[in-house]
Design a binder for this molecule. Sequence first.
Ligand SMILES: [Mg+2]
Length: 299
Amino acid sequence: MNEPPHGKPAVFLDRDGTLNLDFVEYVTTVEDFHLLEGVGQALRRLRAAGYLLVVITNQACLAKGLLDERGLKKIHGHMEHLLGEEGVSLDGIYFCPDHPEATVEKYRDQNNRRKPEPGMILEAADQLAIDLSKSWMIGDKPNDAQAGKRAGCRTILLTGAELSEEQPDHPADTQHADFTAENLLEAAEIVIQQDVGPAQDQQSPIKKTLRQRSTELDSRQLLSDILRELRHQRIAPQHREFSISKMLAGMAQCGVLLCLVMAYVAFSYWSGRALLISLMVGLTLQMMVVALLLVHRSS
Ligand SMILES: [Mg+2]
Protein backbone atom coordinates (compact mmCIF):
# COMPACT_ATOMS: atom_id res chain seq x y z
CA MET A 1 0.00 0.00 0.00
CA ASN A 2 1.28 3.48 -0.89
CA GLU A 3 0.59 5.88 1.94
CA PRO A 4 -0.44 9.36 0.81
CA PRO A 5 2.23 12.02 1.48
CA HIS A 6 -0.14 14.19 3.52
CA GLY A 7 -2.61 11.64 4.80
CA LYS A 8 -5.12 12.39 7.49
CA PRO A 9 -4.79 11.21 11.07
CA ALA A 10 -7.36 8.71 12.26
CA VAL A 11 -8.43 6.89 15.37
CA PHE A 12 -9.36 3.28 14.64
CA LEU A 13 -11.86 1.94 17.12
CA ASP A 14 -12.70 -1.59 18.10
CA ARG A 15 -16.48 -2.00 18.54
CA ASP A 16 -17.58 -4.46 21.27
CA GLY A 17 -16.22 -3.43 24.68
CA THR A 18 -14.88 -0.17 23.26
CA LEU A 19 -17.97 1.62 21.94
CA ASN A 20 -20.69 -0.65 23.30
CA LEU A 21 -21.15 -2.80 26.38
CA ASP A 22 -19.70 -6.27 25.83
CA PHE A 23 -22.15 -8.25 27.96
CA VAL A 24 -23.12 -11.01 25.54
CA GLU A 25 -20.82 -13.35 23.63
CA TYR A 26 -22.05 -11.95 20.32
CA VAL A 27 -24.19 -8.90 19.62
CA THR A 28 -26.79 -10.31 17.24
CA THR A 29 -29.72 -7.93 17.79
CA VAL A 30 -30.22 -4.17 18.01
CA GLU A 31 -31.49 -4.71 21.59
CA ASP A 32 -28.06 -6.10 22.58
CA PHE A 33 -26.30 -2.90 21.49
CA HIS A 34 -25.83 -0.29 24.23
CA LEU A 35 -23.33 2.56 23.89
CA LEU A 36 -20.94 2.84 26.81
CA GLU A 37 -21.10 5.98 28.92
CA GLY A 38 -18.79 8.76 27.74
CA VAL A 39 -18.37 7.35 24.21
CA GLY A 40 -20.18 10.27 22.55
CA GLN A 41 -18.10 12.84 24.42
CA ALA A 42 -14.85 10.98 23.65
CA LEU A 43 -15.61 10.79 19.92
CA ARG A 44 -16.67 14.46 19.76
CA ARG A 45 -13.33 15.41 21.30
CA LEU A 46 -11.37 13.30 18.84
CA ARG A 47 -13.40 14.69 15.93
CA ALA A 48 -12.80 18.28 17.12
CA ALA A 49 -9.07 17.51 17.30
CA GLY A 50 -9.10 16.56 13.60
CA TYR A 51 -9.16 12.76 13.58
CA LEU A 52 -11.16 10.53 11.26
CA LEU A 53 -13.13 7.94 13.22
CA VAL A 54 -13.11 4.41 11.83
CA VAL A 55 -14.53 1.27 13.41
CA ILE A 56 -12.50 -1.93 12.96
CA THR A 57 -14.30 -5.01 14.21
CA ASN A 58 -14.03 -8.82 14.03
CA GLN A 59 -17.50 -10.32 13.66
CA ALA A 60 -17.07 -14.08 13.93
CA CYS A 61 -20.81 -14.40 14.65
CA LEU A 62 -21.28 -14.33 10.86
CA ALA A 63 -18.80 -17.18 10.45
CA LYS A 64 -20.73 -19.13 13.10
CA GLY A 65 -24.06 -18.52 11.39
CA LEU A 66 -25.49 -16.53 14.31
CA LEU A 67 -26.04 -13.41 12.19
CA ASP A 68 -26.09 -12.51 8.50
CA GLU A 69 -24.70 -9.38 6.82
CA ARG A 70 -28.16 -7.84 6.63
CA GLY A 71 -28.55 -8.18 10.41
CA LEU A 72 -25.08 -6.76 10.97
CA LYS A 73 -25.93 -3.78 8.74
CA LYS A 74 -29.03 -3.15 10.86
CA ILE A 75 -26.97 -3.20 14.07
CA HIS A 76 -24.42 -0.81 12.56
CA GLY A 77 -27.25 1.46 11.39
CA HIS A 78 -28.51 1.51 14.99
CA MET A 79 -24.99 2.27 16.24
CA GLU A 80 -24.67 5.21 13.83
CA HIS A 81 -28.11 6.45 14.89
CA LEU A 82 -27.12 6.39 18.58
CA LEU A 83 -23.84 8.16 17.80
CA GLY A 84 -25.74 10.70 15.68
CA GLU A 85 -27.85 11.51 18.72
CA GLU A 86 -24.56 12.19 20.52
CA GLY A 87 -23.56 14.60 17.73
CA VAL A 88 -20.90 12.43 16.12
CA SER A 89 -20.55 10.47 12.88
CA LEU A 90 -18.18 7.74 11.73
CA ASP A 91 -15.98 7.88 8.63
CA GLY A 92 -16.03 4.14 8.09
CA ILE A 93 -16.97 0.77 9.51
CA TYR A 94 -14.81 -2.21 8.55
CA PHE A 95 -15.73 -5.69 9.72
CA CYS A 96 -14.23 -9.14 9.24
CA PRO A 97 -16.81 -11.96 9.05
CA ASP A 98 -14.16 -14.60 8.39
CA HIS A 99 -12.86 -17.25 10.77
CA PRO A 100 -10.59 -20.26 10.06
CA GLU A 101 -13.09 -22.59 11.77
CA ALA A 102 -16.27 -21.06 10.38
CA THR A 103 -19.37 -23.24 10.14
CA VAL A 104 -20.58 -21.04 7.27
CA GLU A 105 -18.38 -22.13 4.40
CA LYS A 106 -18.08 -18.80 2.58
CA TYR A 107 -16.55 -17.27 5.72
CA ARG A 108 -14.08 -20.13 6.38
CA ASP A 109 -10.88 -18.30 5.64
CA GLN A 110 -7.66 -17.27 7.32
CA ASN A 111 -6.63 -13.93 5.91
CA ASN A 112 -4.92 -10.78 7.02
CA ARG A 113 -8.14 -8.87 7.74
CA ARG A 114 -9.05 -10.57 11.01
CA LYS A 115 -7.42 -8.88 14.03
CA PRO A 116 -4.66 -9.26 15.25
CA GLU A 117 -3.76 -8.99 11.57
CA PRO A 118 -3.76 -5.39 10.29
CA GLY A 119 -5.66 -5.95 7.00
CA MET A 120 -8.79 -3.93 7.83
CA ILE A 121 -6.73 -0.98 9.10
CA LEU A 122 -4.55 -1.02 5.97
CA GLU A 123 -7.68 -1.20 3.78
CA ALA A 124 -9.24 1.79 5.56
CA ALA A 125 -6.00 3.77 5.35
CA ASP A 126 -5.87 3.14 1.61
CA GLN A 127 -9.50 4.05 0.95
CA LEU A 128 -9.69 7.08 3.26
CA ALA A 129 -6.17 8.49 2.63
CA ILE A 130 -5.04 8.03 6.23
CA ASP A 131 -1.50 8.55 7.50
CA LEU A 132 -0.97 5.53 9.77
CA SER A 133 2.05 7.07 11.50
CA LYS A 134 -0.24 9.83 12.84
CA SER A 135 -3.01 7.43 13.76
CA TRP A 136 -4.12 5.39 16.75
CA MET A 137 -5.86 2.07 17.39
CA ILE A 138 -8.00 1.81 20.54
CA GLY A 139 -9.55 -1.44 21.74
CA ASP A 140 -10.26 -3.57 24.78
CA LYS A 141 -8.42 -6.72 23.70
CA PRO A 142 -4.72 -7.40 23.09
CA ASN A 143 -5.49 -8.36 19.48
CA ASP A 144 -6.71 -4.77 18.89
CA ALA A 145 -3.35 -3.41 20.05
CA GLN A 146 -1.48 -6.02 18.01
CA ALA A 147 -3.38 -5.11 14.85
CA GLY A 148 -2.70 -1.42 15.44
CA LYS A 149 1.01 -2.05 16.00
CA ARG A 150 1.31 -4.20 12.89
CA ALA A 151 -0.33 -1.42 10.86
CA GLY A 152 2.14 1.16 12.20
CA CYS A 153 -0.21 3.01 14.57
CA ARG A 154 0.15 3.91 18.22
CA THR A 155 -2.14 1.88 20.42
CA ILE A 156 -4.23 2.17 23.58
CA LEU A 157 -5.67 -0.82 25.45
CA LEU A 158 -8.81 -0.19 27.49
CA THR A 159 -8.81 -1.95 30.84
CA GLY A 160 -11.91 -0.59 32.64
CA ALA A 161 -14.12 -3.10 34.44
CA GLU A 162 -17.33 -1.54 33.06
CA LEU A 163 -16.37 -2.26 29.44
CA SER A 164 -16.83 -5.98 29.58
CA GLU A 165 -17.35 -8.90 31.85
CA GLU A 166 -14.01 -10.16 30.63
CA GLN A 167 -10.67 -8.63 31.48
CA PRO A 168 -7.43 -8.90 29.51
CA ASP A 169 -6.20 -12.45 30.02
CA HIS A 170 -3.32 -11.40 32.24
CA PRO A 171 -1.38 -8.19 32.91
CA ALA A 172 1.34 -9.10 30.43
CA ASP A 173 -1.19 -8.69 27.61
CA THR A 174 -0.92 -4.93 28.00
CA GLN A 175 2.63 -5.17 26.61
CA HIS A 176 1.20 -4.92 23.10
CA ALA A 177 -0.15 -1.43 23.74
CA ASP A 178 1.68 1.89 23.99
CA PHE A 179 -0.78 3.14 26.62
CA THR A 180 -3.58 1.79 28.77
CA ALA A 181 -6.73 3.69 29.76
CA GLU A 182 -9.78 2.97 31.88
CA ASN A 183 -12.24 3.89 29.13
CA LEU A 184 -12.60 5.61 25.76
CA LEU A 185 -12.86 9.10 27.25
CA GLU A 186 -9.55 8.65 29.05
CA ALA A 187 -8.04 7.20 25.87
CA ALA A 188 -9.21 10.26 23.89
CA GLU A 189 -7.45 12.50 26.42
CA ILE A 190 -4.23 10.53 25.92
CA VAL A 191 -4.48 10.83 22.12
CA ILE A 192 -5.09 14.58 22.26
CA GLN A 193 -2.39 15.23 24.82
CA GLN A 194 0.16 13.19 22.85
CA ASP A 195 -0.61 14.78 19.51
CA VAL A 196 -1.88 18.20 20.63
CA GLY A 197 -4.58 18.29 17.94
CA PRO A 198 -3.14 17.55 14.48
CA ALA A 199 -5.58 19.81 12.62
CA GLN A 200 -4.62 22.82 14.68
CA ASP A 201 -0.91 22.10 14.20
CA GLN A 202 -1.29 22.54 10.45
CA GLN A 203 -3.27 25.76 10.72
CA SER A 204 -1.41 27.72 13.37
CA PRO A 205 1.81 29.54 12.47
CA ILE A 206 2.75 29.82 16.15
CA LYS A 207 3.83 26.76 18.05
CA LYS A 208 1.79 26.56 21.21
CA THR A 209 2.43 24.44 24.26
CA LEU A 210 0.70 21.11 24.70
CA ARG A 211 -1.26 22.28 27.74
CA GLN A 212 -2.53 25.45 25.98
CA ARG A 213 -3.86 23.48 23.04
CA SER A 214 -5.49 20.87 25.21
CA THR A 215 -7.25 23.65 27.12
CA GLU A 216 -8.41 25.24 23.85
CA LEU A 217 -9.93 21.96 22.71
CA ASP A 218 -11.66 21.48 26.08
CA SER A 219 -13.08 25.03 25.90
CA ARG A 220 -14.26 24.58 22.32
CA GLN A 221 -15.95 21.31 23.25
CA LEU A 222 -17.59 22.95 26.26
CA LEU A 223 -18.89 25.82 24.11
CA SER A 224 -20.18 23.36 21.53
CA ASP A 225 -22.04 21.40 24.26
CA ILE A 226 -23.54 24.62 25.68
CA LEU A 227 -24.72 25.75 22.23
CA ARG A 228 -26.32 22.37 21.60
CA GLU A 229 -28.15 22.52 24.94
CA LEU A 230 -29.34 26.08 24.25
CA ARG A 231 -30.67 25.04 20.84
CA HIS A 232 -32.64 22.22 22.51
CA GLN A 233 -34.06 24.65 25.07
CA ARG A 234 -35.04 27.16 22.38
CA ILE A 235 -36.85 24.53 20.36
CA ALA A 236 -38.70 22.98 23.30
CA PRO A 237 -40.89 26.01 24.30
CA GLN A 238 -41.96 26.48 20.67
CA HIS A 239 -43.48 23.01 20.71
CA ARG A 240 -45.36 23.81 23.92
CA GLU A 241 -46.62 27.25 22.72
CA PHE A 242 -49.75 25.85 21.09
CA SER A 243 -51.95 23.09 22.47
CA ILE A 244 -55.55 21.94 22.07
CA SER A 245 -56.22 22.59 25.77
CA LYS A 246 -54.98 26.18 25.42
CA MET A 247 -57.18 26.73 22.37
CA LEU A 248 -60.24 25.29 24.19
CA ALA A 249 -59.48 27.50 27.21
CA GLY A 250 -59.53 30.55 24.92
CA MET A 251 -62.89 29.50 23.46
CA ALA A 252 -64.34 28.86 26.95
CA GLN A 253 -63.12 32.27 28.11
CA CYS A 254 -65.04 33.87 25.20
CA GLY A 255 -68.11 31.91 26.42
CA VAL A 256 -67.63 33.38 29.91
CA LEU A 257 -67.63 36.92 28.49
CA LEU A 258 -70.78 36.12 26.49
CA CYS A 259 -72.50 34.82 29.64
CA LEU A 260 -71.60 38.02 31.50
CA VAL A 261 -73.15 40.11 28.72
CA MET A 262 -76.28 37.91 28.81
CA ALA A 263 -76.42 38.22 32.61
CA TYR A 264 -76.30 42.01 32.30
CA VAL A 265 -79.09 41.97 29.71
CA ALA A 266 -81.14 39.57 31.87
CA PHE A 267 -80.63 41.79 34.90
CA SER A 268 -81.87 44.84 32.95
CA TYR A 269 -84.67 43.43 30.82
CA TRP A 270 -85.33 39.75 31.46
CA SER A 271 -86.36 37.58 34.40
CA GLY A 272 -84.30 36.69 37.44
CA ARG A 273 -84.23 33.05 36.25
CA ALA A 274 -82.40 33.99 33.02
CA LEU A 275 -79.89 35.94 35.11
CA LEU A 276 -79.27 32.90 37.34
CA ILE A 277 -78.81 30.58 34.36
CA SER A 278 -76.36 32.99 32.68
CA LEU A 279 -74.28 33.30 35.85
CA MET A 280 -74.23 29.51 36.45
CA VAL A 281 -73.14 28.78 32.86
CA GLY A 282 -70.52 31.55 33.07
CA LEU A 283 -69.14 30.16 36.34
CA THR A 284 -68.95 26.61 34.90
CA LEU A 285 -67.11 27.87 31.83
CA GLN A 286 -64.66 29.83 33.98
CA MET A 287 -63.83 26.69 35.95
CA MET A 288 -63.26 24.87 32.66
CA VAL A 289 -60.85 27.63 31.59
CA VAL A 290 -58.79 27.17 34.76
CA ALA A 291 -58.75 23.37 34.35
CA LEU A 292 -57.71 23.58 30.67
CA LEU A 293 -54.89 26.03 31.44
CA LEU A 294 -53.59 23.68 34.16
CA VAL A 295 -53.62 20.82 31.64
CA HIS A 296 -51.72 22.99 29.13
CA ARG A 297 -49.08 23.91 31.69
CA SER A 298 -48.50 20.34 32.80
CA SER A 299 -48.23 18.97 29.24
MG1 LIG B 1 -13.58 -5.65 21.78
